[in-house]
Design a protein around this ligand. Sequence first.
Ligand SMILES: [Zn+2]
Length: 232
Amino acid sequence: MPHCDEGDLALMALGEPARPSDAEHLSACAECQQRLDDLTALVRASRDVTSADLPQVPPALVWEGILEGIAEPASVTPLRTAAPASPRRGPRWLLLAAAAVLGVIVGGLGTALVVTRDAPAELIAQGELAPVGESPVTGTAAVQTSAAGETLTVSIPGLSSPGDGYYEVWMATPDTSTMVAIGTLNPGETATYTLPAGMSVTAYPVVDVSLEHFDGDNTHSATSIVRGTLQS
Ligand SMILES: [Zn+2]
């Protein structure tokens, strides 16, 4: 006996009674029963989809703008607003509904994946960077955490040209006895650095920006421009 028709399985998942031949086949075929169970689970999940989750049809003006903006308007068919579905219009409508349900679910999964990957980073510590010595500038620093790890973002508006040197961002222990070079900072940029995995902002809460020289010495020059302690 051949397997159940995919369309018939979709109808059954939507609540249509199984035809006797299908019911008999399902009782003996684990494969078809599994497909029906999967479809039924999808339909059940779709009951939780609200109208806000459905794709929105853009206003006519938007389509007119798109059509005007492309070279061959004849080749484009605008989306149409779906007519309100009457309660029962036969198997054809049910099949389309099943397809729409599956499309909404698959689309929803795609959205969820994208949202997860692009989930906004969570701010875990931030602070002001105050001038050190003669320096006239101030800045801000923040540590954020995301699926990709922790990052430090430093912004110092008005940072002047470093002359024949360059600026280096450091994170340090509260007594600044241990300093970790995080990266260089150019004037006018808001720089974001990926922090070494396992480095705790609690252990290294001090952010310091120093003026360094191209002298091959990779320790802190002792010329700090700004410094601040991040508050978690
Ligand atoms: Zn089968």
